[in-house]
Design a protein around this ligand. Structure first.
Ligand code: ATP
Ligand code: MG
Length: 448
């Protein structure tokens, strides 16, 4: 703040504060006079009733009497209150004692009120300065803008520079070469960079999607031609062709469904309908499902008694199935796949899927959640993968404000952990307790 501005601010604040203190002073004067009047009235009333000894009479003749002395404090002890019935006897009640008490008490009250006013004066200035600071900032900014001398030519330069930006050019940038417009230029350029980034993503997504769809279409066409030539007579070729076409159409259907899911997710749909669920229950359901449909692996389960989370059960199961599908797809026959639910060290509810399969190289780990990314495209194509599974799972977990943790070693296996935000709930209501079958317990002991 410049010295001149600071002085201006201080003087405005002082004026406002003076106003406040003056208001407070007159309020105190009014309150004091009112209290004094009430006290005197009550005293007179009590004196009249005490002396006359019956009902209070409003139309008495009332006056006061005192002896003139040099000072006010010497006069007060000589005061008498006099009252009488219209044609009756006059009564004199001594008022000096009470008036002296009031006089002395008023000294203390005046000192206290004086101190309050001083305190208010000193503190009020700082408070007013604080209250005025946003106004000051506004006036400073307005002054800066007017000092900037934003002439008409600058508007035209800016207009020309914006018109010169090509929407499709990837490195399009707004540049006027004017230092006054630098802030505005940076904001526009950041926006352009984000727009181009999105544009590139969209283009890549569409081209990857068409590429993925082209392969099954070519396969189907190849088999259709083969059937046309030889399939009518050769039953073996007919069956082979029909099976291949069915597999490819299944792949295509899965791909189209995945693409639709992602497109809807990008459009902001699929908002999870959160409800309180138990992750251990979800993991048990998955275990039952996979142990039944997949006889080629040994499915294991380790769950804590209750792992409460707020989640959309259908969506969370969809994400968990993607991880289970990967675990069984990328691990050899007879290997062990373990499903877990637990509360981690940050009190977050988590579940994990662990396999002892091919693993993911450290170079691939940062990319596996990208759309259409496959660590080994040739191998994955054979296994029917499109590279969209994990991006869908991530979309779901992101929507739940959760996160993934990937631990993987090539040739050893992969552990995919999903953690959700911790529930706002007293910690002691979660009683971790491991429920395992005997086989699982022995597995766990051998692990440790
Ligand atoms: P799909 O869309 O059918 O799921 P996908 O399995 O190839 O296809 P993602 O599930 O997104 O695609 O996985 C991306 C890549 O990450 C996989 O291609 C694979 O290379 C690697 N990957 C994922 N999970 C595992 C795992 N458990 N073990 C080894 N590699 C994995
Ligand atoms: Mg997958």
């Amino acid at each position: 703040m410049r010295a001149k501005d600071s002085r201006k601010m201080t003087s405005i604040a002082r004026r406002i504060n003076r106003h406040h203190v003056a208001d407070l002073f007159w309020t105190l004067v009014f309150v004091n006079i009112t209290i004094l009047a009430i006290l005197l009235t009550v005293w007179c009333y009590t004196a009249e009733k005490g002396t006359l000894g019956h009902q209070w009479i409003p139309n008495l003749l009332r006056s006061i009497e005192w002896t003139q002395n040099k000072s006010f404090s010497d006069t007060l002890p000589t005061v008498y209150y006099i009252f009488s019935l219209p044609q009756g006897e006059a009564y004199r009640v001594y008022a000096g004692t009470q008036l002296m008490v009031l006089y002395r008490a008023s000294f203390f009250i005046a000192i206290l009120e004086g101190l309050t006013l001083v305190f208010r004066w000193r503190k009020g200035k700082g408070q007013t300065m604080n209250l005025l600071s946003p106004l000051h900032k506004m006036s400073e900014t307005a002054e800066q803008l007017s000092r900037a001398g934003f002439d008409e030519q600058k508007y035209h330069d800016l207009e020309d520079a914006i018109e010169a930006i090509s929407a499709s050019a990837p490195d399009a940038k707004l540049s006027t070469g004017d230092s006054d417009l630098l802030g505005l230029e940076n904001a526009v350029n950041n926006l352009l960079t984000r727009m181009h980034e999105n544009y590139r993503h969209q283009i890549r997504f569409v081209s990857d999607a068409s590429h993925e769809l082209r392969t099954p279409i070519s396969v189907i066409r190849g088999y259709a031609e083969m059937l046309d030539r030889w399939g009518k007579d050769d039953k073996k070729i007919l069956e082979e062709g029909i099976t291949a076409i069915r597999i490819e159409t299944d792949n295509m259907q899965q791909l189209v469904e995945q693409l639709l899911f992602l497109a809807r997710g990008d459009a902001g749909r699929h908002q999870p309908q959160l409800q309180a669920i138990d992750l251990s229950k979800l993991v048990h359901e998955l275990y039952d499902e996979y142990a039944m449909i997949d006889q080629n692996h040994h499915w294991r389960i380790q769950t804590e008694a209750s792992v409460s989370a707020d989640a959309d059960p259908a969506q969370l199961k969809q994400a968990a199935r993607i991880l289970c599908d990967n675990a069984l797809k990328y691990s050899g026959t007879d290997s062990v796949i373990t499903l877990r639910s637990f509360v981690n060290e940050h009190d977050e509810p988590c579940f994990s899927v662990q396999d002892s399969g091919v693993g993911i190289s450290s170079a691939d780990i940062p990319h596996i959640f990208e759309r259409f990314y496959r660590a080994d495209p040739a191998r994955n194509r054979n296994s029917g993968g499109t590279g969209l599974g994990l991006s869908i799972a991530k979309l779901i977990i992101d929507r739940h404000k959760g996160y993934f943790k990937v631990i993987s070693l090539e040739g050893v296996g992969t552990r995919m952990v999903v953690c959700l935000p911790k529930k706002i709930k007293p910690k002691d209501t979660l009683i971790p307790e491991t429920l395992m079958t005997e086989a699982d317990k022995s597995d766990k002991h051998s692990e440790s």
